[in-house]
Design a protein around this ligand. Sequence first.
Ligand SMILES: CC(C)(COP(=O)([O-])OP(=O)([O-])OC[C@H]1O[C@@H](n2cnc3c(N)ncnc32)[C@H](O)[C@@H]1OP(=O)([O-])[O-])[C@@H](O)C(=O)NCCC(=O)NCCSC(=O)C[C@@](C)(O)CC(=O)[O-]
Length: 445
Amino acid sequence: MTAVGIDAIEIWTGNLKLDLPGTFAPQKGEDPEKYTKGLGLHASSFPDSYEDIVTMGANAAHRLMERKGLEPDDIGRIDVATESAFDNSKPVSTYVAGCLEQVFEGDFHHANKGERKFACIAGTQSLDDAYNWIKAGRNRGRGALVIATDTALYARGDAGEATQGAGAVAMYIDEDPDLVELSAEQGYGSADETDFLKPNQQFPSVDGKRSVQVYLARMREALEDYEQVAGDVHPDDFAYAPFHTPFPGMVRKAALLAYRHVIRDTSIEDELADEIGRQPRPEAFDDDEAYHDALRDYMDSLKETDRYQEWYDATIDPTLSISRNVGNWYTGSVHVARISALKQALEDGRDMTGETLLVGSYGSGAQAEIHAETVQSGWEDEIEALNVDEQLEERYDLEWADYEEIHDAHNHDVDSDVEEFTTPESEFVFDGWGRMGERKYRYVD
Ligand SMILES: CC(C)(COP(=O)([O-])OP(=O)([O-])OC[C@H]1O[C@@H](n2cnc3c(N)ncnc32)[C@H](O)[C@@H]1OP(=O)([O-])[O-])[C@@H](O)C(=O)NCCC(=O)NCCSC(=O)C[C@@](C)(O)CC(=O)[O-]
């Protein structure tokens, strides 16, 4: 069977940055360590006044197409995953195609375009659509462009304001991919939940504490479902586990639960038994409460073991390095985590070809999905070609007053006219409104 997966990937961060411990925490009267140690966040990315989900998505796709020498004719689908769309009918992918047609010869008239919505998991669902389209043989030798782009803003004063972010990830899905092959096996955990939603409103209604619990519950279901099709997962089976990362502290919680689950009935549980005992089993308890108390105690002890900490440092921590500095990119977040891990592997000189990634996506509302990816032999060139560090370094560092202005500039209910903080260069920019209320874009050399 032909391998199908991600051939190339590019990211585009919003051009502005908010320093969370340095600028945000003091204004909130909070300890900076709530951000750096608690949430695990140092900074978030924001779009400048001329940026939005279209410019960020088109800029990431432009870089990707140029680098891979792709022409519009090579692309048979453009799927955009976003939960920040500004139009209930015309998909963002049409705007992105319009942008790209300004800089490439040819057009995308024969490409199928769409938009996917299911909170943050829509990016992974778009990968599925592309994978299925290619596997079904309907692609006529062409690949799919998948773009995950979001401006994750919360209402001012909402607890979620700490976890904002903005950026896009563009991926080219093709046969015989250079980066990773996607597994056919997938596991799902899905339920009708009311934890985070935007009922025809720009900023989310969110029950933050509950959203954390729902994330953990759905991820666990997805892992169990994945094991039904792929067999039991063992920690030695995968090199990294990139997870949806609304903030690194969320993944810290998920990783501990996942580790407990995957070491159950393995030699690792046996080896740890002298130090912390064996995992509690429900049948040994008279009631649920006693079982859950025992489970919590076991997890507290597990977290402190060298064995767990070494696993966490090697397998999870490398997936969080970009997220720490950009915040939540919603649909792009798990794809940023994959890049972080592979970037760390490259910096460590690790040979990743043939290694497995266990990828956990999540979207509020709520659904989790787990699948595996096999790293391909072209991965080093793909990751080496990224300019993530330069992009992050070049962001304009917002003062508090700037932050207030730029939040207003992107608030659909506020009529504000904010000067740009950065000067666009070799990128698409928002260029005003058309006669039917459409957004217009232009490429700035
Ligand atoms: C995440 C919350 C709830 C945090 O809400 P909060 O009330 O601002 O923060 P907190 O008081 O819970 O503190 C956060 C952590 O910092 C710690 N802390 C506190 N102070 C200190 C200190 N001085 N030194 C060290 N640590 C400190 C504190 O103990 C805690 O750690 P924990 O106990 O949870 O491990 C909020 O930011 C929020 O509502 N965020 C938005 C929702 C969200 O991100 N949920 C995540 C799961 S849902 C999801 O991932 C989906 C999503 C959001 O991406 C949307 C989609 O799918 O489309």
